[in-house]
Design a protein around this ligand. Structure first.
Ligand code: AGP
Length: 609
């Protein structure tokens, strides 16, 4: 969950400016400390401290660092608190090399002990610093032009854990050395400049030519060339052109990435529903061939997966389907065998909780389908079938467009299953798909247009509250759960979602005047009971906010109503009904004076267990 970047160039320029700009675009990956190091005339220079990039660069003029080779890092602490000494980059004893790292070195304590015995002096509490001294130790017994890469590989062989590493060394001052295992690392290519970063937006303003470094690969970058190897054998790089523009990772005029990404949902949904049909058909085949299905995800992606569960359960009534929170996988692993199909949902494609479950499931012979937003990320690379949302980069830590596009892709998969089960005519099915693919973006657009102002007004009204409830029934529950997570994770108003029928079994006890109660009440079989649950809450003074269709009775009995255009399919509801909750959460955070893009204690990608 850290952001790393490295650049080497022949240009007559200091890389420090490009590194600083790249770090800004990686800040969503972690922002509790930041640092930069460059090599200039054979000497390493470094600046680093705890704090966000803006805070640290106000104290240290990163862009004054000279040199045409350098590395940078923005951190989300895992080992050692966010302090100056724990900030990356980390050096060896003689300040001849610098490393930055994203991931976790599981065996760092034993390595540290061994290295201390060999006389190495440690200054930080981090696992990463072990890397620097390990490379230094291995370098002692190497000489010649490839001494650094050989020392690097020998050090890597002793590391257990996950990593994306970039290394610079005064012995080879124009080169950058990279290695990747389970944490993302992408190479950016220009004729006379090479980039390496955790994520594409870091170098997108400079080049759209990219290469994904794969697990187990080690690379050497010079300003002119990219050399990749794996297990001692040369690997042919597979460059691709990034479809995202640098601007698309900018805020495009919105005050925050999150609001931009909420507004991008119609186009993101449209792009996602122009899905690769072969992958959908292959996924359908895997689902039919399996004797049980497990949906595996975390956080907001779990709420999308739970929506998929309700959709698949309706179609595959005879097939056991388990929606599992990824960190709870071990409880269910005895279910998994070669006849199990795992559908993993993860926008980053890097969530370690999901990765751990999938690694175990693969060992048991399970077939894996994944839904991710980042091409070729770690989870799709573990999958037999990879489906991709086409939401574009999501920089805000709170997932919005990646969530609704996940729901849309799961709905598209459900339609494909239904087509096979119901034996629809080809012609009939293609019109269902084209109607669905047209209706979803247009309803999303209408919901945003019709409800944004009211969302802002309601957010102001509830902004002085500290608690709230989100109620729904049946297949609408994931909407309530996602609404509650959004509100609490960015506005810090505590929010709890539960089945509306549970209210009288306890939760109603704390409802008092003005207590916000969000009621998810689409036009379906849950409507009547939702109205009575809403009345129970109102009788105790609850402030009833209904997310509903044009139902006069519901509107009359609510303090506030958000009217959602009706759709031809219940598959659209989890998309159209969650959007007002996203907007309410965003405006509540802003009204309460918080930055919705950088919620405290959270990072965009969680690569710790
Ligand atoms: C997003 O709003 C949440 N902060 C978080 O729960 C997220 O959904 C979760 O960490 C899963 O991330 P993934 O989709 O990248 O796997």
């Amino acid at each position: 969950m850290c952001g790393i970047i490295a650049i080497t160039t022949r240009k007559k320029t200091n890389v420090s400016k490009m590194i600083t700009s790249g770090l800004k675009r990686l800040e969503y990956r972690g922002y509790d400390s930041v640092g930069i190091a460059t090599i200039n005339e054979g000497q390493i220079q470094i600046m680093k401290d705890a704090g966000t990039i803006d805070q640290v660069t106000r104290k240290y003029p990163f862009e004054t660092l000279q040199g045409s080779t350098g590395i940078g890092h923005t951190r989300w602490a895992t080992h050692g608190p966010p302090t100056k000494i724990n900030a990356h980059p980390h050096a060896d004893c003689s300040n001849s090399l610098m490393v930055v790292h994203n991931g976790i070195i599981d065996n760092y304590l034993s390595l540290r002990k061994e290295l201390k015995k060999q006389g190495h002096i440690f200054t930080s509490e981090t696992d990463t610093e072990v890397l620097a001294h390990l490379i230094e130790e291995e370098f002692k017994s190497e000489e010649g032009p490839d001494a650094v890469i050989r020392a690097f590989k020998k050090a890597l062989a002793k590391i257990e854990g996950t990593y994306a590493i970039t290394l610079i060394h005064t012995a080879d001052p124009t080169k950058i050395f990279l290695a990747r295992k389970d944490s993302p690392l992408v190479i950016g290519v220009q004729d006379d400049t090479k980039f390496a970063a955790s994520d594409i937006p870091a170098f997108l303003e400079y080049t759209k030519n990219a290469i994904v470094l794969k697990n187990g690969e080690v690379a050497t970058l010079t300003p002119e060339a990219v050399y990749i190897e794996k297990n001692g054998f040369r690997v042919q790089p597979k460059p691709f052109i990034v479809s995202w523009t640098a601007e698309s990772a900018q805020k495009s005029g919105y005050p925050h990435f999150m609001l931009k990404e909420i507004h991008e949902q119609p186009i993101a949904l449209q792009n996602t529903l122009s899905v690769n049909i072969n992958a959908i058909e292959e996924a359908t085949k895997q689902i039919f061939e399996a004797d049980k299905i497990i949906l595996l995800a975390a956080g907001t992606s779990y709420h999308a997966a739970l929506t998929g569960y309700y959709q698949f359960q309706r179609l595959l009534s005879k097939k056991p389907i388990y929606p599992i929170i990824a960190s709870e996988y071990d409880t269910y692993q005895q279910l998994v065998d070669e006849n199990t199909c795992i559908l993993a949902v993860s926008q980053s494609g890097e969530t370690l909780d999901v990765m751990k479950g999938l690694t175990s499931a693969r060992k048991a012979g399970a077939k894996i389908i994944s839904i991710a937003n980042v091409i070729d990320s770690s989870i799709p690379r573990l999958s037999k079938v990879s489906l991709y949302t086409k939401a574009g980069p999501e920089i805000g830590v709170a997932a919005t467009k990646t969530h609704t596009t996940q729901v849309a892709l799961l709905a598209r998969l459900a339609l494909q299953l239904e087509y096979s089960l119901e034996g629809w005519l080809e012609k009939e099915f293609s019109s269902i798909i084209s109607n669905f693919s047209a209706e979803v973006p247009s309803i999303a657009r209408a919901v945003i247009t019709q409800n944004e102002l009211k969302s802002k007004q309601l957010a102001a009204h509830i902004s002085n509250q500290n608690h709230s409830y989100f109620l729904a029934r049946g297949r609408n529950l994931p909407i309530a759960m996602e609404g509650a997570l959004k509100l609490k994770e960015i506005s810090y108003i505590h929010a709890e979602a539960f089945p509306a029928g549970e209210s009288k079994h306890g939760p109603i006890a704390i409802v008092e005047p003005n207590f916000p109660v969000f009621v998810i009440s689409p036009k379906d079989e849950t409507g009547k009971k939702m109205l009575s649950n809403s009345e129970e809450m109102k009788a105790r003074g609850g402030y009833i906010v209904s997310i509903t269709h044009k139902d006069q009775e519901v509107v009359k009995r609510s303090d506030q109503s958000f009217l959602i255009p009706e759709s031809s399919s219940h598959l659209v509801t989890p998309i159209s009904y969650v959007i007002p909750l996203q907007m309410i959460s965003y405006y509540a955070a802003v009204h309460r004076g918080f930055d919705p893009d950088k919620p405290k204690n959270l990072a965009k990608t969680v690569t710790v267990e």
